[in-house]
Design a protein around this ligand. Sequence first.
Ligand SMILES: Cc1cc2nc3c(=O)[nH]c(=O)nc-3n(C[C@H](O)[C@H](O)[C@H](O)COP(=O)(O)OP(=O)(O)OC[C@H]3O[C@@H](n4cnc5c(N)ncnc54)[C@H](O)[C@@H]3O)c2cc1C
Length: 469
Amino acid sequence: MSNSPFSPIHVIGGGLAGSEAAWQIAETGVPVILHEMRGVRGTDAHKTDSLAELVCSNSFRSDDATANAVGVIHAEMRLANSLIMACADRNQVPAGGALAVDRDGFAEAVTAAIDAHDLITVVREEVTALPPAEWDLAIVATGPLTSPALAAAIQAQTGEDHLAFFDAIAPIVHRDSIDMNICWHQSRYDKVGPGGNGKDYINCPMDQKQYNAFIDALIGGDTVGFKEWEGTPYFDGCLPIEVMAERGRETLRHGPMKPMGLTNAHNPTVKPYAVVQLRQDNALGTLFNMVGFQTKLKYGAQADIFRMIPGLENAEFARLGGLHRNTYIQSPLLLDRSLTLKSRPGLRFAGQITGCEGYVESAAIGLLAGRFAAAERKGLDPVAPPATTAFGALLSHITGGHLVSEDEPGKRSFQPMNVNFGLFPDLAPGSIVKPEGVKRFRGKDKTIMKRQLMASRALSECSRWLGLA
Ligand SMILES: Cc1cc2nc3c(=O)[nH]c(=O)nc-3n(C[C@H](O)[C@H](O)[C@H](O)COP(=O)(O)OP(=O)(O)OC[C@H]3O[C@@H](n4cnc5c(N)ncnc54)[C@H](O)[C@@H]3O)c2cc1C
């Protein structure tokens, strides 16, 4: 170990987030003790003892930093000296516009870099309790398969309702892809409720024929099975929509698709036979989730079937639905903007356990947690990235952008999220203008231009935040 003037920061979990966090901390001159249990105790999904093992696909998704939010976060991570991105770039395999890696080469490269760093000590052990007081600064990055003993300790600290063991994700739709000539804003019975205005939901009407066709499609759709170790986590009335449809043709019409208390603003005299409701999902109002539509349908089937819903024919999905084993906390309630647990100063969370989703997002949140903890160790205020960056957009979603209410029964509504442009603040009015000489400037062209402008704004703001510009 070095003779650094700083005492170490403890990182628990050497996956995508923990490895990146450890690297970022050490690169600022602060020592790290990285506790990883594999080697002593495995998980149900990991197969090796390497750090940063990819448990499933070998893809880091799109590498297009000009118009794709994942590509933008890749670029921001590269600007921020990311170990995960450096090792991914060195172990790339051909995958068109995506960044895919040789999984063994990638994980071995991360492990070798961490092992070789003078300021990082790797301890192979399971941490079974929250960090002791002498670990004054620590990051929990134990991921979706956090070991049961530590999960129980986190639950004891955060409260039973604030740690989930499964995602039950309903699809999330970009607001600007919903056809408001068909849909309308209204809360059931115009209820205002706490913080509402009586028009909080977007409603999609169905007649009987449309409803029956939709039920047939749901019942016939291809689903993904549970892995043996996941069990079958149907709980809390959280049944997949296709399972509800199978239980009876009318079940959905008396459940999440009931038309009661709603009047079609475009056609007030005709009562809809069924209604699909979407509820605002982020503070910006750019994303709406399909209420009660958690599903195990395969992604392709979901997109096809949900576009049968009137008003969603051209829906763009920020994420599709799912039901998976996943340990994550209610971050918007529990964490501050620097990813610190409000009830336990000095203790941060990073990676998928914070409610981001995906290899890249987990590593990105690890990168931020590492930088914030290192700043704190040096007596500096952790400075969060601007919300206009991909880093900042994801961080804002986790630490407060998502709408959760302590009073609502749906307070578990916070669900893991990939980075996407729906999380970014909108552009200044008038930013999207038809380029000179272009004859037709359609909705699709406007969307592309919007993404390009958001991407370039993000990268320049990120450079500024990192002190590079
Ligand atoms: C089965 C499955 C498949 C997935 N497939 C994909 C995919 O294809 N693409 C994608 O982008 N994302 C996928 N994800 C989601 C997610 O992005 C990955 O799980 C990602 O690895 C999360 O990064 P992380 O660092 O938060 O957690 P992990 O990479 O899981 O790292 C957590 C680490 O903490 C260790 N640990 C756990 N408990 C303790 C403890 N008590 N003490 C010490 N160490 C501990 C674990 O051994 C592990 O090494 C998948 C998730 C699962 C569960």
